[in-house]
Each structure stands twice: as structure tokens, then as C-alpha cells.
Design a protein around this ligand. Structure first.
Ligand code: SF4
Length: 330
């Protein structure tokens, strides 16, 4: 019988799921994903995780609880770095231990370290370490990893063309339409796990689409462009997310084809606290593009969020039509 490997539908699920799914399936494992985020999952996460954790980590706990009794293994990689000479938030590094020491009745956790800080080649090492849980044939593991990389590249290509990850992951057939002239172009900047979780983001992206907004996210911008633009920072950005968020924003500002920027952050995020500040400063210094920050936490009310989005869109349309002197503070 195929071994079942559980993947919580949270954090880097929204970035790497196509890669992980192909990899495990090629090795003969059955991939089980936790249910879509619900109030129950969020409440379970909030109750079982330390109060100081950020919302996405609390939510991750809820997804582990949702899936832990249904699988033989839980895949919780220990992410340290996903890009040369950069780190990601340390909470990712501590995640397997946090889960192990906070929750009971867990299956075995596969907590392979993913650390590309020194070299990309470490990814292959991590694949081998993970693959040995399911098979002892090194060649087969490498072949599965190559196929997984191909699935990941295909996924990334679709995203770059403008298909949102949440549509691909939900297997929605999206027909790409050329944005109409009447549409507003709004950059929605934030972590994938905040933007693409419909429950926690209160379906922000679809709400914007209903307002006839063409949503642009970091994932749609070519990595080489982001890298180039991030060089404009006085100092090299230490954090992976910071470089991507700022590099893509600089690019969009230069292109002059966005009408507004929404920065989505979650309460308790240390990385966002300075990335958001820095971004706001840069946007204000270099443009008069409206900028708004939406903070998500377990208490965020949907009505309040809707009002802010609506007011922001109205203000942009009004500015575009009538008066560019209207405050861009959002
Ligand atoms: S980057 Fe922020 S939101 Fe993401 S895990 Fe770290 S603290 Fe949480």
C-alpha cells in the first residue's frame, strides 16, 4: 500500500506544492493535503500555537491538526534559505520543532533542511534525503526530482503569464484575458500564503477582480528583473521576501503602469514590519501612487476590510478621472 504523505495547505504550499506533489507521487507515495482553511482550522491553530507566533504559523498548526491522523508522514521541511546568500524568516527553520513540541499524536515528520544559502546544489541533497523515506534507489529519486522540477517550472511559467497560483492549485481553468483599458492595475504585494489563502485573505484577489481590477502580484514578475531592480537598494536585502517585494515594486513604479499598491501583511510578522515601512517610504519618495496596508489577523473583520478596499478603489478612480491632488494615503 502506498505510504501517505501529508502536506498542510499553508505557508509554502502556495509556492512549492506542484514540485512536492510530483516528487512524492513519482516515488509511489500518496499525497494528502489538508482541507481548505476554515474557521475550525484557524481556531485549532490559534489554540495550539504560542500566542507570539504570526498568523500564518498559527494557521499552519491548524492545518497540521486537520491532517495528522490521516497520514503516515507529515512533510514539514526546515526552510533556511531558498536563494543564494539570502535567508528566509527564521520561523520556517523552527517550524518542525515547534510542531513536534506543541502537538500530540503526530505521525513521523519529514523535516529535511532546505538551505540554498551557499549553493543551489543543496536542493538535490535535500531531495535525496527526503526521497530515501520512500525508496532506496538513488537514480529513481533523482529522476523523480527532475520531474518535480519540470512541474514546478511549468507552474511558475503559468503564474508569470498572469494565472494566479490559487487558480492553478484549485485546478480552475483560467482563460487569460488581456486587461481592458477600463481596468485598474493594482499591485498586491504580500507573502504567497497570505494572498492565496482565500479564507485568511478574505478572498481579497477575487474581490478586487469584481471591482474590475487587474491584479499584479510579485510572482508574475520575472526573477531576473526583480534581482536587477533590487540592486537599487542602498544595501543588499538580507531577506528573500524583502528583495522580491521591493525589487518588484521598483520595477512596477518605473514601468508606470500601476494605479495603486496594496501591501498585505499579517499581524506579528517581523519581516513585514520593516519591509512594509521601507516600501512605503520608497513609494512616497518616487511616486504619488496610492498605497495602502491591509493587516490580517485572526480578529480581522470582513466588513472593515471590504470598506477599506472599496474606499481605496473609489479614491483611485476618482483621482484618475478628476483630481490627482486627492490624498494617496488610502
Ligand atoms: S515572514 Fe512573517 S508571516 Fe511569514 S512566517 Fe515569518 S513572521 Fe510569519
Amino acid at each position: 500500500m502506498a505510504k501517505k504523505v501529508g502536506i498542510p495547505r499553508a505557508l509554502f504550499y502556495y509556492q512549492y506544492f506542484p514540485l512536492w506533489k510530483t516528487f512524492f507521487e513519482e516515488l509511489g507515495a500518496e499525497v494528502i493535503v489538508s482541507d481548505r482553511t476554515s474557521k475550525q482550522i484557524l481556531d485549532d491553530g490559534v489554540k495550539s500555537c504560542v500566542d507570539e507566533a504570526c498568523l500564518p504559523v498559527k494557521l499552519f498548526f491548524g492545518h497540521v491538526i486537520n491532517i495528522k491522523s490521516k497520514v503516515d508522514y507529515l512533510f514539514i521541511p526546515r526552510f533556511t534559505s531558498v536563494y543564494k546568500a539570502e535567508y528566509i524568516c527564521p520561523k520556517f527553520g523552527g517550524l518542525p520543532d515547534m510542531v513536534k513540541h506543541s502537538l500530540k499524536d503526530l505521525p513521523e515528520i519529514i523535516s529535511t533542511e532546505i538551505n540554498l544559502h551557499r549553493s543551489k546544489a543543496n536542493a538535490k541533497k535535500a531531495a535525496l534525503e527526503t526521497g530515501y523515506y520512500f525508496c532506496s534507489d538513488k537514480k529513481r529519486i533523482i529522476a523523480s526530482y527532475q520531474k518535480a522540477l519540470a512541474s514546478y517550472r511549468e507552474f511558475r511559467e503559468q503564474v508569470k503569464k498572469g494565472v494566479l497560483p490559487l487558480d492553478i492549485l484549485d485546478r480552475k481553468l483560467t482563460v487569460l484575458k488581456k486587461p481592458e483599458d477600463t481596468m485598474l492595475n493594482i499591485a498586491v504585494i504580500g507573502h504567497v500564503y497570505n494572498l492565496y489563502d482565500r479564507y485568511i485573505s478574505m478572498d481579497l484577489i477575487n474581490k478586487l477582480r469584481k471591482f474590475n481590477v487587474n491584479v499584479i502580484t510579485i510572482d508574475m514578475i520575472d526573477g531576473s528583473i526583480i534581482n536587477k531592480k533590487a540592486e537599487n537598494l542602498n544595501k543588499k536585502m538580507f531577506w528573500f521576501f524583502g528583495r522580491k517585494a521591493l525589487g518588484s515594486t521598483f520595477h512596477l513604479l518605473e514601468e508606470k503602469n500601476i494605479d495603486g499598491i496594496i501591501f498585505v501583511t499579517s499581524f506579528g510578522c517581523g519581516v513585514d514590519s520593516f519591509v512594509c515601512d521601507l516600501m512605503e517610504k520608497k513609494v512616497r519618495q518616487n511616486s504619488d501612487i496610492p498605497f495602502i496596508v491591509l493587516t490580517l489577523d485572526e480578529h480581522t473583520g470582513e466588513a472593515g476590510m471590504n470598506t477599506r478596499i472599496e474606499a481605496f478603489i473609489d479614491m483611485i478612480r476618482w483621482r484618475n478621472k478628476n483630481d490627482t491632488d486627492i490624498s494617496a494615503l488610502g
